[in-house]
Write a protein that binds this ligand. Structure first.
Ligand SMILES: Nc1ncnc2c1ncn2[C@@H]1O[C@H](COP(=O)(O)OP(=O)(O)OP(=O)(O)O)[C@@H](O)[C@H]1O
Length: 293
């Protein structure tokens, strides 16, 4: 059910009514909210001619992308392809050299405060206030997003239960394992029920059971009108869970669209390897077999 907020456009809660269990394959997913297929839904994220260099390194080179409401959109690409740079610019964390990014009709770099209210972010290199307990971190994330204390406390409880963090809530985040840190950061990204979730490698370090729970939470969120953009190196996961995908190589989108169109007759991994330039044979590594002793 939708849960209206005071100062954020209402979107359904991502965590209410979540039960542990395996995530649902796209093919078996329940019908999306509303009658429209994603391709007829409004564009939530629009990227036009986006570029960013670091010195001589061109990290992102003229990217265009449209992500529609209710989409579960995967961004894949080899190491150093420009995924994190793109997502950092989308979420207002890194200023582009050129190009525009519009989220929910708001220009992220011209109207950052309003645009950011509608975005939930899981950044790549997590810099959390880790001297807080998990409960404090979630509480402050909610309050900083403008929610009142009572609402935040209720949501912290829901999120802790959905992410299996109940027993960790009173421990310092600095003492969390990598997967627990990822989960508390993801919970922080959800607490204000944003319209768009941008998640950079959300499943890295997360155990399979927790990942299944998180996927189910995200699928529920998407089925009720939320939109997820995530980067991952898990091709199987993207193929199974996402409805759309973009393959980024050397800062450019080499293919994008419905997962089934992008992968063509093969798997997404096969298409990825084809576009990313194929695998390299381990030539010149014979010394590795000589063993030091
Ligand atoms: N702050 C920075 N300073 C200098 N170079 C950077 C910086 N951030 C990114 N780069 C460079 O930009 C390119 C794209 O990096 P980016 O982190 O966006 O790739 P990625 O696709 O997210 O890679 P990975 O899959 O390894 O996380 C790389 O060549 C990287 O070295």
């Amino acid at each position: 059910m939708p849960r209206p907020l005071d100062n954020v456009e209402p979107v359904p809660s991502a965590v209410e009514g979540v039960e542990a269990g395996a995530p649902v394959d796209r093919a078996e997913s329940p019908a999306r909210a509303g009658d429209t297929e994603p391709d007829e839904s409004p564009v939530v994220l629009s990227i036009r001619n986006l570029s960013r260099s670091f010195g001589d390194t061109v990290a992102v080179n003229g990217i265009d992308l449209d992500v529609r409401r209710g989409s579960f959109y995967g961004i894949v690409g080899p190491n150093g392809a420009g995924k994190t740079t793109t997502l950092s610019m989308v979420t207002g964390l890194l200023r582009p050299d050129s190009g525009t990014i519009s989220v929910n009709g708001l220009d992220v770099w011209k109207d950052p405060a309003k645009a950011k209210k509608t975005i939930g972010v899981l950044p790549d290199r997590l810099r959390l206030f880790d001297r807080l307990t998990g409960a404090q971190l979630l509480y402050y994330s909610g309050v900083l997003r403008g929610l009142d204390g009572r609402t935040v406390r209720a949501r912290v409880k829901d999120l802790a239960s959905a992410f299996g963090l109940e027993d960790a809530l009173n421990r310092l985040v600095a003492d969390y394992s990598a997967g627990m840190t990822k989960k508390v950061a993801l919970a922080s990204a959800l607490i204000h029920s944003p319209r768009l979730l941008v998640l950079d490698e959300p499943f890295e370090s997360v155990d399979p059971v927790s990942a299944a729970n998180v996927i189910e939470i995200l699928q529920d969120y998407v089925a009720n009108g939320g939109t997820v953009v995530l980067s991952s190196h898990g091709m199987d996961l993207i193929q199974r869970v996402c409805d759309h995908v973009a393959i980024i190589v050397n800062g450019e989108v080499l293919d994008a669209g419905a997962v089934d169109d992008v992968r063509r007759d093969g798997t997404l991994e096969e298409r990825f390897v084809e576009l990313a330039g194929g695998r390299k044979a381990a030539e010149g590594m014979e010394w590795l077999h000589s063993f030091s002793d």
